[in-house]
Design a protein around this ligand. Structure first.
Ligand code: SF4
Ligand code: SF4
Length: 335
């Protein structure tokens, strides 16, 4: 495989600038970027995670989480190493906060091999780029997504959304659905807790929505860090006005991990924020809660369209055209 990066500028003295994400790292020869997996080798920017797979599994699509994209289906899910953010609370820190060192558990797969694995299982709908941040393995994701579309497979990106406009626009052509983390609605939170910025993530969300791709937004609620109700309500209002009232919104419960030992989010807080979000949005779900029930109700007549209990999903109220079988309201669009 060619490991040269797609998005960078050569500067003087074999220094390069990576233009993939808004960090726009300037790298001297031999140095790696903030993501740890893109390296300046003799004046050429290379990716060290092409084919370097940390995890590969068939997952329920609901695990991404995506609730309105082929509900109840299975999707081949892959990840590598590295991330362009440094969230204190990272739930995947063992693969996201490290370089792709050879002694770490991994398997090597070419894009063609990934496509073959995806096609070998008859009930699999496609490929999800997930687990660690796929932006930092952009080239590998791009090559697989391009082949996947040719093979008739669906493509899903699970991301923090911290990507520059040009590489995002190029990727949009080959991606069907996105699950994007909107971590908070405050620049201060993004800077202090994730080492990134909020505005580029908002821009990514707007571009995905404008391109007409399936989009679901995720927010992990962390006590005392991003649970301010005024800020949360402003986030829900922004999603509704900029992305649409039907945008699916997942509110997830946080558990202590990585550098953060704050106690898990109280379930009562999740319930309160869910009610706030429901004033602005038609489809709000809670996640990371044991024994949760997360049915989808028709926004017109209240009929149960999809019943969910954990990953057990049943499409009880949807006809073959994706409409509510009681009132005929159009619900699931085919991509
Ligand atoms: S992708 Fe990595 S190297 Fe490139 S700008 Fe972002 S953090 Fe820096
Ligand atoms: S963006 Fe996701 S994978 Fe990256 S550090 Fe934050 S929580 Fe971890």
């Amino acid at each position: 495989m060619n490991n040269e990066a797609q998005c960078y500028l050569p500067l003087s003295d074999k220094t390069v600038q990576c233009t993939l994400c808004p960090h726009n790292c300037i790298l001297k020869e031999g140095k790696s970027g903030i993501c740890r997996v893109r390296v300046n080798q003799r004046g050429k920017l290379v990716t060290e995670v092409n084919g370097f797979v940390s995890a590969i599994n068939f997952d329920p699509i609901e695990k991404k989480p995506l609730f309105h994209f082929y509900p109840g289906s299975t999707i081949l899910s892959i990840g590598t190493y590295g991330c362009n953010l440094r969230c204190f609370f990272c739930q995947n820190c063992t693969i996201s906060q490290t370089a792709a060192r050879p002694e770490l558990p991994h398997s090597f797969y070419s894009p063609e091999q990934i496509i073959q694995i995806a096609l070998n299982r008859p009930d699999n709908i496609g490929i999800a780029f997930t687990y660690n941040e796929p932006i930092v393995w952009y080239e590998y994701m791009y090559d697989i997504a391009r082949l996947a579309k040719k093979a008739g497979l669906k493509t899903v990106m699970v991301t923090n959304g911290y990507i520059n406009k040009k590489p995002l626009d190029k990727l949009l052509e080959f991606m069907d659905a996105f699950s994007v983390d909107l971590k908070a609605f405050s620049e201060e939170f993004y800077t202090k807790v994730t080492s990134s910025k909020l505005e580029p993530v908002k821009e990514t969300l707007k571009r995905i929505s404008l391109a007409g791709k399936h989009l679901e937004v995720v927010n992990l609620v962390i006590p005392e860090l991003n649970d301010d109700e005024v800020s949360f309500a402003a986030m829900a209002k922004w999603i509704s006005s900029e992305l649409g009232r039907d945008t699916v919104f997942h509110i997830l419960r946080y558990y202590p991990n990585y550098k953060l030992s704050t106690e898990a989010t109280p379930i009562s807080l999740i319930c309160r924020l869910k009610s706030l979000a429901e004033k602005e949005l038609n489809y709000v779900y809670s996640g990371n809660i044991n024994s949760e029930s997360n049915d989808t109700l028709c926004s017109h007549c209240g009929n149960i369209l999809i019943s969910r209990h954990s990953y057990v999903v049943s499409l009880t109220g949807i006809d073959t055209e994706g409409k509510c079988n009681k009132c005929g309201n159009y619900f699931l669009k085919k991509t």
